[in-house]
Design a protein around this ligand. Structure first.
Ligand SMILES: *Cc1c(COP(=O)(O)O)cnc(C)c1O
Length: 640
C-alpha cells in the first residue's frame, strides 16, 4: 500500500471523500453527548419544556441562529481552499479527521484545562501529549528518574517561545535572588559545593545549568529543614522578595552592580515572535543578538562560536541560544548538534538551549522507531533521494540534548489552530514558575508529588483558561497515528519526498525555460518548504528581477477582493533580505541568478511553497499537482 493510500482514511479529503465517515462519527458522538446530559439526574424535569419549544417566539429565535449560521457559511465560502492540493502557500493544509472530530466532540463538554477541577479528563490528556512529544524528541520521560521531560499545550508557537524565555529567566536568576537574600539573612548563606553562596560572584551564580540550579535549590531546601515551619516560610519569603520577577529589573540590577543584562542569541532567520518575546518580558529587543546564517540559510556555527567567545570575554550573561528546526521562511534546519557542542566547549559559560521547532518538530516522527529509539541515518535515507543531509540528521538526533523545544501541533501535526506546545527536558523547571507557595509548606507537612501538582496547569503556564478540546484533538490524533516512523511519520515522509520531487521537477523545468528565465532554488530541502527565484534572461538588475517576479506572483496570490477559489494555484512568497546575508552568500546567489551584486541592496523576492498536502504527487494515475503547477508557471512565463 502506498503512503497516500495509508493516509487517506485519516483526512476529510480535498473533495470531502470521507464525508460519510465524518458525518457518522459526528452524529454518533453528538447523540452520545446528549444522552450523557440526560443521564445526569434523569428524573429531574428539564428546565425547558417541549411545549415551550413549539411557541412561535421560540421558533423565531431558533430561526435567528439558523439565519446567522447561513450567513456565516456563505461568507466562509470566500475562505482560502487550504485543503486542496492546489494550495501550496502558507503553513496550513488538510486536517487530520480524528483531531477535528475530537475537538468538536470535546467542545460540547467544554473542559477548561487551566485546572483539573474543571477538566478532569483533558488535563491528563494534555500532559500525556506532552510526554508523547517529549519522547518523539528523545527526552527521558520516566517520572521515577531524576530528570524527566514534560510539556503542555499553548495557543501556538509564539506563546511557547515566550514561555521558554520566561522559564529560563525564572531558573537562571534564582541563585542570584538567593545570593541577595543571603546578604540580608545569614541563615540563607548555605554551603553550595564547598563554598558559602555569598562567596560566589554573581557571574558564577548566573552561569549554572538548569540541573545545577535545581540541585542548588534542593540544597537550600535541605538546609532549611532544620528550622521551624514558620521560620522556613519567612526565609523563603525573603528569597522570593529578591527575585527579578518580584523586584523588577531596575531594582534587581541595582542590587547587583556589574551584572549586565542578559542576551539571547537567535539566527537571523528566527521567527519574529523572538523579538516580541524580548519586548514582552522587558528584556529589550536590543538584547536579542542575531547569528549569521550560511549559504544554506542555516545558523552558522562559526559565527555563533565567535559571538559566544566575545560575550564570555566581556562577561555578558547569556540567557539562551536558540536554534530553529524548520525556519518559517525557508524550512531550513539549524545545526542543533553544533549549538549543543558550542555550549560544551565554553566551560565558563552556561546558558540554556531552546529549539524553535514550531514548523519542523513533527518531522521528528520519521526519525523514531516504534519503541522510541532513533533510526539510523541510512535507514531514514533509504526512503529519500538526498534527505536527510548529515546536518539535518544530526540536528534531529541532538534534540534530546537541548533544554526545551517549541512545536506546533497546528502546523505539521495537522491539528486545528489553537494548538502549540512547549516541551522541556527537565520538568522541575516549573518549580521556579509556580504561583503557589514553595512546596515545603504543604498543610500536612508532606510534599504532594510533582505529578499531582502539575495537574493544576494554570499555576505553571503563561496562559489561563484554555481549551481542553485542543488537548483531546492532539491526544486522539496521536493515539490514531502514534509519533513514530511507521505511523504518523508516513505523513512528513511523504511531504519531504514531495519536496524532493518538486526540486527535481523545478530543475528540469529550469532547463525547459532557460531561454526566457533563469530559475534558481536557493535552499536545499531540509524539510518540505521550497523557495524558487526567477530572473528574466539578460536582466542583471535586482529591482527588475523583483518587479518581474512580483508580476508572476500576482497570478498565484490570494487577494481580498477576489475569491481565492477562482485561482488555478495558490502559493506564497518571501523576501530574502540582503542585510541578513554575508557577502559570500549574497554574491553566490547573484551569480546563480545572473544578477549584478551591486544591485542587491534591499531584498530578493522569491516564491515560497509549503508542501504539506500528501496528495500533491503523481500517485497511480491521479492528478499530478506539482507537474501541473509547473505547467501553469510555464504558461505564465511564456506570456510574460
Ligand atoms: C509558525 C512559527 C512560529 C509561531 O508560531 P504560531 O503558532 O504562529 O504562534 C514560531 N517559530 C517558527 C519557526 C514558526 O514556524
Amino acid at each position: 500500500m502506498t503512503d497516500v493510500a495509508k493516509l487517506a482514511p485519516f483526512f476529510l479529503g480535498a473533495y470531502g471523500e470521507n464525508h460519510q465517515h465524518f458525518e457518522q462519527a459526528w452524529l454518533e458522538f453528538f447523540r452520545d453527548h446528549v444522552y450523557w446530559r440526560r443521564n445526569f439526574h434523569p428524573q429531574d424535569v428539564p428546565p425547558v419544556s417541549a411545549v415551550e419549544q413549539y411557541q412561535p417566539q421560540y421558533l423565531a429565535s431558533i430561526a435567528r441562529t439558523k439565519e446567522a449560521l447561513h450567513q456565516l457559511s456563505a461568507e466562509l465560502k470566500q475562505s482560502v481552499p487550504i485543503s486542496n492540493p492546489r494550495y501550496v502557500g502558507h503553513m496550513c493544509s488538510e486536517l487530520l479527521m480524528p483531531s477535528v472530530l475530537a475537538q468538536m466532540i470535546t467542545t460540547l463538554y467544554n473542559p477548561n484545562n487551566v485546572a483539573l477541577e474543571v477538566a478532569p479528563v483533558t488535563v491528563k490528556q494534555e500532559l500525556q501529549v506532552g510526554i508523547q512529544l517529549a519522547t518523539m524528541f528523545g527526552f527521558a520521560t520516566d517520572p521515577s528518574q531524576a530528570v524527566c521531560g514534560w510539556g503542555h499545550l499553548t495557543s501556538g508557537g509564539t506563546i511557547a517561545n515566550y514561555e521558554s524565555l520566561w522559564l529560563f529567566r525564572a531558573v537562571k536568576y534564582y541563585p542570584l535572588a538567593v545570593y541577595l537574600a543571603a546578604q540580608q539573612e545569614d541563615k540563607l548563606d548555605f554551603c553550595w559545593q564547598g563554598q558559602a553562596v555569598t562567596q560566589y560572584s554573581p557571574w558564577q551564580l548566573f552561569n549554572l545549568s538548569i540541573d545545577q540550579v535545581i540541585a542548588f535549590n534542593d540544597q537550600l531546601i535541605a538546609t532549611l529543614k532544620d528550622y521551624q515551619q514558620t521560620e522556613q516560610k519567612y526565609l523563603l519569603a525573603i528569597v522570593a522578595a529578591h527575585r527579578i520577577e518580584s523586584l523588577g529589573p531596575v531594582d534587581f540590577y541595582q542590587a547587583l552592580p556589574g551584572l549586565k543584562q542578559p542576551v539571547v542569541l537567535v539566527p537571523i532567520t528566527a521567527h519574529y515572535s523572538w523579538q516580541k518575546a524580548m519586548k514582552i518580558l522587558g528584556m529589550g529587543s536590543k538584547q536579542l543578538r542575531y547569528v549569521q546564517v550560511d549559504e544554506h540559510m542555516r545558523l552558522d556555527p562559526a559565527d555563533l562560536r565567535a559571538q559566544l567567545a566575545a560575550l564570555a570575554a566581556s562577561q555578558t550573561p547569556i540567557l539562551a541560544t536558540v536554534g530553529v528546526l524548520g525556519t518559517t521562511e525557508y524550512g531550513t534546519v539549524d545545526p542543533i548538534d553544533q549549538l549543543v557542542a558550542a555550549r560544551q566547549e565554553q566551560s565558563e559559560l552556561n546558558y540554556y538551549i531552546h529549539v524553535d521547532a514550531a514548523w519542523g518538530g513533527y518531522v521528528s516522527a520519521l526519525f523514531r522507531n516504534a519503541d522510541g529509539s532513533l533510526r539510523s541515518q541510512t535507514e531514514v535515507a533509504s526512503e529519500f533521494d538526498q534527505f536527510p543531509s548529515d546536518n539535518v540528521y544530526k540536528g534531529f538526533a541532538a534534540l534530546g540534548d537541548v533544554d526545551s523545544i517549541t512545536v506546533d501541533p497546528h502546523k505539521l501535526g495537522y491539528i486545528p489552530y489553537g494548538c502549540g506546545a512547549i516541551i522541556t527536558r527537565n520538568r522541575r523547571v516549573v518549580e521556579f514558575i509556580s504561583q503557589e507557595a514553595p512546596y515545603v509548606f504543604d498543610d500536612t507537612g508532606v510534599q504532594p508529588p510533582l505529578d499531582e501538582r502539575l495537574m493544576n496547569l494554570g499555576q505553571f503556564i503563561m496562559e489561563g483558561s484554555k481549551p481542553g478540546a485542543m488537548a483531546a484533538a492532539a491526544y486522539v490524533s496521536h493515539q490514531v497515528l502514534p509519533l513514530h516512523s511507521e505511523e504518523f511519520g508516513r505523513l512528513p515522509a511523504k511531504t519531504v519526498q514531495l519536496a524532493e520531487r518538486f526540486h527535481q521537477l523545478v530543475r528540469e523545468f529550469a532547463k525547459r525555460v532557460q531561454n526566457k528565465v533563469t530559475i534558481v532554488l536557493p535552499m536545499d530541502t531540509d524539510t518540505n518548504l521550497t523557495c524558487v527565484a526567477f530572473n528574466p534572461v539578460g536582466n542583471r538588475d535586482m529591482a527588475e528581477l523583483n518587479r518581474y517576479t512580483r508580476q508572476l506572483f500576482e497570478h498565484v496570490k490570494v487577494k481580498p477582493e477576489r475569491l481565492a477559489t477562482s485561482r488555478e494555484f495558490i502559493a506564497s512568497y518571501t523576501s530574502i533580505q540582503r542585510k541578513n546575508l554575508t557577502d559570500k552568500v549574497a554574491n553566490k546567489l547573484c551569480t546563480q541568478l545572473g544578477i549584478d551584486p551591486t544591485t542587491y541592496t534591499e531584498s530578493l523576492f522569491v516564491f515560497r511553497h509549503t508542501l504539506m498536502n500528501p496528495w500533491l504527487g503523481e500517485e497511480s494515475g491521479k492528478c499530478d499537482y506539482l507537474a501541473k503547477y509547473l505547467e501553469f508557471l510555464a504558461e505564465l512565463i511564456e506570456q510574460s
